[in-house]
Design a protein around this ligand. Sequence first.
Ligand SMILES: [Zn+2]
Length: 250
Amino acid sequence: MTRLFRAGRDRAQLELGFTAAAPRDADELLARLRQLGLTRIKRCRLTRNRNVMVSFGGGELRVHEGYLNAPESVLRAIVTFVEGRTRAERRAAQRVIIAHPIRSSRPPARRQRTHDEDLEIAEKLRAWHERYNTRHFHGRLKQVQLRVSRRMKSRLGHYTAGTPGGEPAEIAISRAHLKKHGWEETLHTLLHEMVHQWQDETGHTIDHGRTFRAKAREVGIAPYARRVLATRPGRAEGSQTLGRRAARDG
Ligand SMILES: [Zn+2]
C-alpha cells in the first residue's frame, strides 16, 4: 500500500481517488485483486448466477458481477478465499464475502410454488422437518419454506439460503424423486438439506466439506453430496465454490 502514496500529496485525497476507481469489468477486477495479493489466478470471469458468489478452479476465478462495487475489505476476502493458507483464514473470508449484498442486473427468478395437488406432501415434509429438528438439532433450526418441485428432474432436492433482500430460505424436494425412490429416500434427502440449513444458520459455508460430513454422520445420513443415485461426474479437484445453494444430485 505504501507505494501508492507519493511524496507531497495529501493522504486523504489519495485515498479518495483510490476508492473511487471501482473495477468495471473482469479484467479490471482481476488487476485489482492482483494488487491485493492474488497470484494463483490466470483468468477472471463475471457471472450472474445469483446462487454462486465466488468460485475458482483450473486457474480461473468466477465472481458474481455484484462484487465489482464491493469495498476493499470484501475484495481482500476474495483474495484470501483463493490464497488463504489456513482453514480458519478462509472461513473468515467466506463470511465477509457472503455478507456483501449483491445486486444483480438480472431480476430475481420468481420462486416456484408447490402445486396444489402436492400440498399434502409439502405438509408431511414440514411435519418431518419439525420432528428431525427436535431429534437432531435441539429444535434450533428455523422454520423454513418447504416446497415440492415438479420441475426438478435430475436433482433430488436443494436448500437455498435467504437473501439480504428478504427472500426467505427454502428447502425444495423433487416430486419425481419421491415418486421414483419413495418416502424413505425422500426423508433422507430432507435431512441432507437440513444439514445445509444448519450450516447456513450457524455461519458455516454451504457445501459438502468437512463440517457437512461430520454433521451428516452425526444425524445418521450418508456424508456425501451424491449417493448410489449419482449419475453426474464430480467436480474437478482443487476447485471451490462459494454459494448460497447446495443441491443433492441424483
Ligand atoms: Zn448437499
